[in-house]
Each structure stands twice: as C-alpha cells, then as structure tokens.
Design a protein around this ligand. Structure first.
Ligand code: SF4
Ligand code: SF4
Ligand code: SF4
Ligand code: SF4
Length: 177
C-alpha cells in the first residue's frame, strides 16, 4: 500500500525502479497492455483534453505512457480523455453511467495508522470532499465519531487524496476488471 507521500516519491524515482511503481492509469481503460502498445507514439490527445476541462490537467506523460496525478487534483470523470483517445486505449463503455464505468487500476484507501481520526482527533475533511462529489450518501463511512473507512460506493475520483491533512489516503492496486 502506498500513502500519498510514497506515491509522489514513487513518481519522482520512476526512472530508477519503474517495475516496482504503481501509477494511476487514466480512467476508461479495459486492457492495461494497450498503454504500453499505443501511448508512446501517440500525440497525447488525452492530455490535451484533460487540460481543457481541468484548471491544471491531471494526465501526465512518463515518457512511456500516460498516468493520472491525483496530487494535482481529483478526476471529474468527465470522459473527455476517452473521447479524445484515437487508439482505443481509453473508451467509455457505459455511456449512461460514466462515473461507475471508469475502471481504475487502483482503489482508494485510508491508512489507519496515518489518519488522525483513527487516533481520536476529529477530522471530517475527506468525508466533506466526498460528499461534494457523491452527495450525502457518500463513500466515506465513519464508525461513531472516529474511524473512517472507504466503502463500495467509491468511484475512485481521487478528490479526497490531496485534502487529507495527514496524507492518510493512499492507493492500492486493483485487478484489471
Ligand atoms: S490519447 Fe490514448 S493512446 Fe494517446 S497517450 Fe492518451 S491514452 Fe495513450
Ligand atoms: S475523465 Fe476528465 S478529468 Fe478525468 S482524467 Fe479524463 S479528462 Fe481528466
Ligand atoms: S476517491 Fe472515493 S472516497 Fe475519495 S472523494 Fe472520490 S468517491 Fe469519495
Ligand atoms: S481527511 Fe485524512 S486524517 Fe482526516 S479523517 Fe480523512 S483520512 Fe483521516
């Protein structure tokens, strides 16, 4: 499991140990191998599309393929990167339900040992952000006043990650489903 600090460190040291690093791949991909086959020679239309919809685009290029940097911001799940991709690497399949069809390669988790709420300091920052995305019935559940957990409703947008004051929200690899 990588916490946010380790995640960004992993991006910086990617050149040295790329086989061990976990990148957040852009949403709407259903065959991870396509990133390695098609991105290098592409004009990176997905980056351009994301730059148009976000204040600062969150899709970046690591020289080999593209990845999402949740340290900049979360993903709006707008689908524009998939619409722009000319090579079928990104493709919106569930047009009626873009949020649930993102198919991220990572899942978002709270690392309990870093979370200040788990140490009994009141903090609802991540829940407030999640509520702004998903509404009142959001993906961060508290057990009592403390002990938040991310539940199945999480759409992987990453909006909560940079909001956490203790870098307790991280990513773990998710299967290619
Ligand atoms: S537009 Fe598609 S093929 Fe091109 S870099 Fe982005 S994901 Fe890869
Ligand atoms: S879905 Fe939208 S915000 Fe998310 S990476 Fe694609 S273009 Fe950027
Ligand atoms: S990544 Fe999941 S838990 Fe975090 S704001 Fe988005 S939906 Fe909520
Ligand atoms: S914002 Fe961070 S520290 Fe606060 S409750 Fe959420 S995970 Fe814990």
């Amino acid at each position: 499991m990588l916490n946010r600090r380790e995640f960004f460190h992993s991006l910086l040291s990617y050149g040295k140990q790329k086989e061990e690093k976990l990148f957040v791949l852009p949403p709407y991909n259903f065959d991870r191998s396509l990133f390695y086959k098609s991105c290098q020679e592409c004009q990176k239309d997905c980056i351009e599309a994301c730059n148009r919809v976000c204040k600062e685009g969150i899709i970046k290029n690591n020289g080999e393929y593209v990845y999402v940097d949740f340290g900049i911001d979360g993903c709006k799940l707008c689908g524009e990167c998939a619409i722009a991709c000319p090579n079928g690497v990104l493709e919106v399949k569930e047009e009626e339900d873009w949020k649930n069809g993102a198919n991220w390669n990572v899942a978002i988790v709270i690392e309990e040992d870093l979370c200040i709420a788990h140490q009994k300091t009141m903090c609802y920052t991540c829940k407030d952000i999640c509520q702004s995305v998903l509404g009142i019935s959001n993906a961060i559940e508290f057990i009592g006043l403390f002990y938040p957990k991310i539940n199945q409703k999480c759409i992987g947008c990453g909006m909560c990650i940079k909001s956490c004051p203790s870098n307790a929200i991280g990513i773990v690899e998710r299967g290619n489903v």
